[in-house]
Every structure is written in structure tokens, then in C-alpha cells.
Design a protein around this ligand. Structure first.
Ligand code: PLP
Length: 406
């Protein structure tokens, strides 16, 4: 301890970094020397690129240039499934053959929800919550309008999320499908996915989990939870790059009868035979509609290598410590901001939202000073440190600048 509180905080942050089992990982990510960024706190929107991804993408371009169309036979055709299996093993708790990389999260959500609803033709309701990510709400509103189904909304406090008890009360014998986020995009609330899945199954309903904000930061056990379907994006904690394709999971037991609504040639049995009529491919390949984005899938493999090496339990532990640290610093340096996230790390994913009426106004000035959090209307500053690439010192710098600007 010194008489200088700022120096004490800096020393404390350095000590946390020195004791971090993942202390060598931030150096494996690009930090462009010329970049003005001093604190990147938006890893839950767009992860930083790994250095290995640059090499992997260059190698993919070389493969494209050398192999040209032969690349499809040699590797690319199978890539959505081979990377899907890898995701399954490293971050989803899913055995092979149930995960495919495909379209955007939005499109996969539509395909999976429609396919799921076709498995419960006598039921009339979809259960969802009022604070799920907008795309989830809009897609389900569209499907309800298209199929003449009812939406049953669970009303949640935006600073919290869907409790298992509230989900159980909302799911009835009319419910065909429950669609929820594992980690709430605004508050970071971590849902009890196993218990909610059980509640849905007890009522004969199916569940589709949106894993966008949990994959790569929170352990997921789709097979153990007996989840029916899941979807998630790969550009957040998986650092797949802007617009990298999403993944979709269909439980093996459902695959045989599963039909998704966009019947494209790439998901047909024997696509290169060009035959009349659509017959879905065997297994998870039927999730695919058109030609997948091969280049878009490359970068996430490098992140999976890092998570595989570190172990998702260690990643989660760092993530929980980082968000605890955010809360500790917010209490100290931003006492006028409200913490709009669960305080218990066991109930929280990888980010924290702070509310203050002047955050909207302050955001451009934070960007000018190289501090990049996320803003979520109406007044939330969302801080998402990425466990593999963010240091404690970076979190401290960010919160000090936020306090200064407020
Ligand atoms: C929870 C959640 N679901 C869905 C999406 C949207 O996915 P996409 O724009 O990739 O279709 C996001 C994007 O941030 C999200 O956070």
C-alpha cells in the first residue's frame, strides 16, 4: 500500500495479471501497435483476432489459389461438419455428428425453430422472454405470424433473466418450443439450462438454446442437459471475425426425422448428382442449405485450439474473476452507476452491464480515448472482457477512463 490510491490499484492489477494462469494468452492475439485502443471491453460483441488466425487465413488463401475447385473435394465440403464436431468437443459438450457450421445465427435460428415446430404439429405456442436478443424475438414473431402460432412471453427484469421457476410456470401442454438465451445479452444472467430443459421436456415441449453469449466463455453441456437444439455465433468469444458463420446443434435422437425449411442443394443427399427432388442428407449435414463460407470458418479454429489447450474450466474461472473485478472497480470508481447484472458470479456469464443516464453521451468520448465498451440502450454500458485476451490492467485502465469521462 502507498498513499497513492491509483498506484495501489495499478499494482493490484499487475499482481492479478502475474497470478493469472492464462497470463501468456493475451500475447497470442493481435494488438496492432498503431491502434489507439488502450482497453478493449467488447469481446462479447466481436473478439480480437488471434495471431494464428492470420497464418491460417493466409494458408487458406494459398490452398484456394493452389487447389482451386479441387479444394471442395479435398476439404471444404466437409469443413462445416468437421469444425462443428470440434466445437462440439471443445466448447459445447456435444458428441460428434450433431453440430454444423452454417448461416448467420438469425437464419439458423429460423431453420432450427421451424424444424422443431414441425416435430410438435399439435401444439400451438412458443415460449420466449421479453428481453431476449431482438433477432430471436423478431424471428419468432415472424414464425408465429407465418404458422398462426401464439407467443407466450415470460416478462423479465432486464437486470436479471429467466429463472427456472418462471420458465416452468410458463410452459404448458400447449407449448411446442421454448427459445431462450443461455446468457442474457443485456444483463449477462446465466440461465439454468439443464433445469429449464427438464421443465420443457416434462411438459412435452422442445428447447432451442441461443448460446451466442456463452459459447467460449461458459461451460456448455448440450448432451448432458439433453438439449434439443442450439444455435450460436462464432464472432464473439470464439473470435471467428466479423460475420463468421454460426453453428447449429440438433440432438442426435432428433436428426432422422428433422426437416429444416430451406431445402438447398448442399444439404441434399448426394448433392453433386443434381437429381430431381430434395431428399435431406443423412445426419447433421441436412442443416446446410447453400454453399457455406469456407474462409469465414478458418479463424475460429485457431481460437478453439487456444480454448482446447487452456481448458474451458480455466477460461470460465478467469472470466468470472474478470467480471468480479469489473464489479469491484465499478463500486469503487463509478459509485453512481447501477450494476445491472447478477452479483453472484455463478449466475452470471462473461459480461457486466452498468447503468447510468449519461453513458450514451459519454460513449463517443470513451472511443476517442481508446476505451471500447458496448452501449445497450437506453443507458447500459456493457463490459465484456474476453478471458483469453483481456488483462486485468486493461480492465482497470478502461474503468478509470470511464470514471474520468463521467
Ligand atoms: C444472443 C444473440 N442472438 C443472436 C444474435 C444475432 O446473430 P446474427 O446477427 O449473427 O444473426 C446476437 C448478436 O449479437 C446475439 O447476441
Amino acid at each position: 500500500m502507498t498513499t497513492d490510491p491509483a498506484a495501489d490499484l495499478a499494482a493490484d492489477a499487475r499482481a492479478r495479471d502475474a497470478a493469472d494462469p492464462l497470463r501468456d494468452y493475451p500475447a497470442l492475439f493481435h494488438r496492432v501497435d498503431a491502434s489507439d485502443v488502450v482497453s478493449y471491453l467488447d469481446g462479447n460483441s466481436l473478439g480480437r483476432p488471434t495471431i494464428a488466425a492470420t497464418e491460417a487465413i493466409s494458408a487458406a488463401v494459398a490452398q484456394w489459389s493452389g487447389r482451386l475447385i479441387r479444394g471442395w473435394d479435398e476439404e471444404w465440403f466437409d469443413l462445416p461438419i468437421t469444425i462443428g464436431d470440434r466445437l462440439g468437443r471443445v466448447v459445447l459438450g456435444a458428441a460428434p455428428g450433431q453440430t454444423a457450421i452454417g448461416d448467420s445465427t438469425t437464419v439458423l435460428l429460423y431453420k432450427l425453430a421451424r424444424g422443431a415446430l414441425a416435430m410438435r404439429p399439435d401444439r400451438t405456442e412458443i415460449v420466449l422472454d421479453t428481453d431476449n436478443f431482438p433477432t430471436d424475438r423478431y424471428v419468432l414473431e415472424g414464425i408465429a405470424a407465418e404458422l398462426g402460432l401464439d407467443l407466450r412471453w415470460i416478462t423479465v427484469d432486464p437486470a436479471s433473466g429467466v429463472e427456472a421457476g418462471a420458465a416452468r410456470e410458463s410452459i404448458t401442454e400447449r407449448t411446442a418450443l421454448v427459445v431462450l438465451s443461455h446468457v442474457a445479452y443485456r444483463s449477462g444472467f446465466l440461465a439454468d439450462a439443464e433445469e429449464i430443459t427438464r421443465a420443457a421436456h416434462d411438459a412435452g415441449a422442445l428447447v432451442l438454446w441461443d448460446l451466442c453469449h456463452s459459447v467460449g466463455s461458459v461451460p456448455i453441456e448440450l448432451d448432458r442437459w439433453q438439449a434439443d437444439f442450439a444455435v450460436g455465433c462464432t464472432y464473439k468469444y470464439l473470435c471467428g471475425g466479423p460475420g463468421s458463420p454460426a453453428f447449429g446443434y440438433v440432438r442426435a435422437a432428433h436428426l432422422d426425422g428433422f426437416t429444416q425449411p430451406i431445402w438447398g442443394w448442399m444439404g441434399r443427399r448426394d448433392p453433386f448428382e443434381m437429381e430431381a427432388g430434395y431428399i435431406p442428407a443423412d445426419g447433421i449435414r441436412r442443416m446446410i442449405s447453400g454453399t457455406p463460407s469456407v474462409l469465414g470458418m478458418i479463424a475460429m479454429r485457431s481460437t478453439l485450439d487456444l480454448i482446447d489447450r487452456a481448458g474451458i474450466a480455466v477460461v470460465r474461472d478467469k472470466s468470472a474473476r474478470l467480471t468480479d473485478y469489473v464489479i469491484e472497480l465499478a463500486r469503487l470508481l463509478l459509485p453512481e452507476a447501477r450494476i445491472a447484472s447478477p452479483l453472484d458470479p455463478a449466475r452470471r456469464g462473461g459480461h457486466v452491464t452498468l447503468d447510468h443516464p449519461r453513458f450514451r453521451e459519454v460513449l463517443p468520448r470513451l472511443w476517442d480515448r481508446g476505451v471500447i465498451p458496448d452501449f445497450r440502450a437506453p443507458q447500459g454500458l456493457r463490459l465484456g472482457p474476453s478471458p483469453l485476451s483481456t488483462t486485468y490492467a486493461e480492465v482497470l485502465t478502461g474503468i478509470e477512463v470511464i470514471a474520468d469521462q463521467l
